[in-house]
Structure formats: structure tokens, C-alpha cells
Design a protein around this ligand. Structure first.
Ligand SMILES: *Cc1c(COP(=O)(O)O)cnc(C)c1O
Length: 380
């Protein structure tokens, strides 16, 4: 079976984790600090806090943005559940916006019509590591005094307009280091907070609502309860794993990019023949080879292809069930048919295996099998 996803683990990861195991095991030890240093040196990302997952980083953003019961929050329906859970847990209502089917990202031109007196925040999701049209989103947010929180779970290493790293463009940004993402801590994430005052608040919320971080830095003698918070910081053992992955940042990115480019080149002819639609990368964003997807003509062809690939030992998958059509979405008052583009393109999408351990032989085999299905098929 060719796995859909597999982490790239070397002796370096083992060495750092073992070392951490024998040193400080709770959070915010030397490995966590080294991760922050390397992110600043390598990617120019500051004001970062490691968290136990991207989901918990998103939870923190809803607290920091003071999202409350009765508030409305705009997001795409085509996303992972955690984007919505963050503020639904606080009693706010998700307002789902259509996607631009070229990128599967939120359609920035359709946001303004959804803004009301109750709108508090916008959560753009950078699908497949391709950054949303942030200039338009930020201009709207300024005009209507909204907070912009990037769900950059998939976008670690992507860059906007040649200089702004994903996660640093809005007021806050969240990364995922889940096993299925480009760089892994097993389970883990990060929160980036632009405003230094809000970052201080984030530090307190992350440490059970205490100023323990100040205490550890020697700035105060005793730490105490400052506000409502929880434990959002990961063990330094996991930070050790992430440090190794970050030192191997370019190597992992290059390997993933090699697979992505091989698929993309191989499918150019099929796209020209109208048999599939390849991903589109807008000029304002780079991508990080997080995932390779394409669209076939409809859900029936999609299912046929997934079955055929599975029979041939290829772990291809699809995602997401649009949130507005899920059982929870329906309980919130949404229905099938509310977002026709989201529904249509979500049903036509296929994701191929993409990880740093794929061999050229495996890549070629996958391409051949995709072509074999589409050769029998009509046009998109
Ligand atoms: C993976 C993912 C998450 C959740 O990340 P975890 O680290 O598993 O909590 C959130 N949003 C998006 C878009 C994701 O892809």
C-alpha cells in the first residue's frame, strides 16, 4: 500500500527527543526556545507560542479576540472542524462564505455581503498552503473593525507577496504540527500574535491563566492567577521533535515539492484535454507542497477513481464534508444548497499521496493509475 501520508523521521529527531526526555520534560524548556529562535532566523516569524495543537491555538484566538455568545464569525465552510469549533465553543455563530473554486479558499469578494452589526472576526483558511487574498480581507476588516485570524494550519512556510509569512498577515495566525502536516510534533501547533500587548495576554492564557512565563524569565518573584485560562503548552519532548523537523525544514520542503511538481507536470496534458482541473496558485502566494489535489468531473467519477486507486494499493482520499452540510451545520440552521460552489467542488476533489518518503517509482505508478481511470472517462 502506498500510504497517503508518512512522517519523515531521522536520527536527529530521535537524538533530540531522547535528550529532552532526560532534561526538562514540561513545557517551555530549551527546545521550545530553540524552535522560536530558528523560526525567527529562518522564516522571520516572531511572537510565536507553541501549543498542544492547531485546534487549541484556534481556541486561544477566540478567547483573545473576546468572541462571545451572539457574535458572528465569517469563515469558509470548506475547512476542518477546528476552525469553527474555536468560537462555536464560546457561543458565537459561524457565517459560512463561498469559496473561490480555483483555490478552495474563501472568496474575498463575497465576504462584505455577510458582515452585520454582530460580526466580530474573519477566519480565512489557507487551503493546501495557498494563502488567501489577504489584502482584500484586511481592508474589509479595517473598514468594519473586525479581527482577522489566519487558520494557517496547512501553510507553514508559505509566503504572501514575496515577503509576508503565512500566519503573520492577520492579527493572529495558527499553525498545525499534526502528524498529517508538513512538519510534525505528532500533535502540536503554534499561535502567532501580532500585537505585543495581546501576545502578553496569550502567554497568560496559555499558562493556566497565570503569569508563570514572567516568573520563569525571572521578571517576578511569584506567579499568580491573572485571568481565566488553561494549559495550552506542549511538552519540551515534542518541541525537541519539532526542532529536528525545523532544522530539516528545507530538505522536507524540497522532497514534498519534488512530488508536487511531478504530479503537476504529469497532469498538464489531462487538464488540456479537459479530463481534470489542476490546482491554481495565485501570483500573490507561494505554496509549500502541503497537498496535491485535482478535480474530476463529478462525485461519481471521484468515487470511481478512489475505488480504483485503493484496489491498486494507492491511499488516495478526499475531504472535507462542507461544515454547513454536516449534522452540526444543519443544527445551526444551514442546509444543502446554501453554498453551491463549495458543495460542487468538494464533491469533485481528490487528494493524492504526498510525503517526503515517496520514491520516483511510486510517483510514476500513481500517475499511471490516475491516467488509466481518466482514459476511459469523458471530459470534466
Ligand atoms: C489540520 C488542521 C487543523 C487542526 O490542526 P490540529 O493540529 O490537528 O489541531 C485546523 N485547521 C485546518 C485547516 C487544518 O488543516
Amino acid at each position: 500500500m502506498i500510504l497517503f501520508n508518512q512522517c519523515s523521521i531521522t536520527d536527529l529527531e530521535e537524538k533530540y527527543m531522547l535528550d529532552a526526555l532526560h532534561h526538562k520534560q514540561c513545557g517551555d524548556g530549551s527546545y521550545t526556545k530553540k524552535v522560536y529562535q530558528l523560526y525567527e532566523e529562518k522564516l522571520g516569524i516572531k511572537n510565536m507560542l507553541l501549543t498542544t495543537s492547531c485546534s487549541t491555538a484556534l481556541d486561544m484566538t477566540a478567547i483573545l479576540a473576546d468572541i462571545k455568545e451572539g457574535d458572528e464569525v465569517i469563515l469558509p465552510s470548506y475547512t476542518f472542524v477546528s476552525t469553527a469549533n474555536a468560537f462555536v465553543l464560546r457561543g458565537a455563530k459561524p457565517v459560512f462564505c463561498e469559496i473561490d473554486p480555483r483555490t478552495m479558499n474563501i472568496d474575498a469578494d463575497k465576504i462584505e455581503a455577510l458582515i452585520t452589526d454582530r460580526t466580530k472576526a474573519i477566519y480565512p483558511v489557507h487551503y493546501a498552503g495557498v494563502i488567501c487574498d489577504m489584502d482584500k480581507i484586511i481592508a474589509l476588516a479595517k473598514r468594519y473593525h473586525l479581527t482577522v485570524i489566519e487558520d494557517a494550519a496547512q501553510a507553514v512556510g508559505s509566503v504572501y507577496q514575496g515577503k509576508y509569512p503565512a500566519g503573520t498577515i492577520g492579527d493572529m495566525g495558527c499553525f498545525s504540527y499534526h502528524e498529517t502536516k508538513n512538519y510534525t510534533m505528532g500533535e502540536g501547533g503554534a499561535l502567532i500574535v501580532k500585537d505585543p500587548e495581546l501576545l502578553k495576554k496569550a502567554e497568560i492564557i496559555r499558562e493556566k491563566g497565570t503569569d508563570r512565563s514572567k516568573f520563569i524569565r525571572g521578571e517576578i518573584d511569584k506567579y499568580s492567577w491573572q485571568t481565566a485560562g488553561s494549559s495550552y503548552l506542549p511538552s519540551d519532548i515534542l518541541a525537541a521533535l519539532l526542532l529536528a523537523q525545523t532544522e530539516r525544514f528545507d530538505e522536507i520542503m524540497e522532497k514534498r515539492m519534488h512530488v508536487w511538481n511531478a504530479y503537476h507536470e504529469a497532469f498538464a496534458d489531462l487538464e488540456a484535454d479537459g479530463k481534470l482541473i489542476r490546482p491554481y496558485i495565485p501570483s500573490y502566494s507561494t505554496h509549500n507542497a502541503h497537498l496535491y489535489y485535482f478535480f474530476v468531473k463529478n462525485a461519481a467519477t471521484r468515487n470511481e477513481m478512489l475505488d480504483y486507486l485503493k484496489q491498486n494499493g494507492i491511499g488516495a482520499v478526499f475531504h472535507y464534508i462542507p461544515l454547513h452540510t454536516s449534522p452540526m451545520g444543519e443544527r445551526l440552521g444551514y442546509h444543502k444548497g446554501d453554498l453551491p460552489l463549495t458543495e460542487e467542488y468538494a464533491a469533485r476533489l481528490i487528494r493524492l499521496p504526498l510525503h517526503a518518503n515517496l520514491t520516483d517509482g511510486e510517483i510514476e505508478y500513481i500517475i499511471d493509475k490516475v491516467k488509466a481511470v481518466l482514459d476511459h472517462d469523458q471530459t470534466v
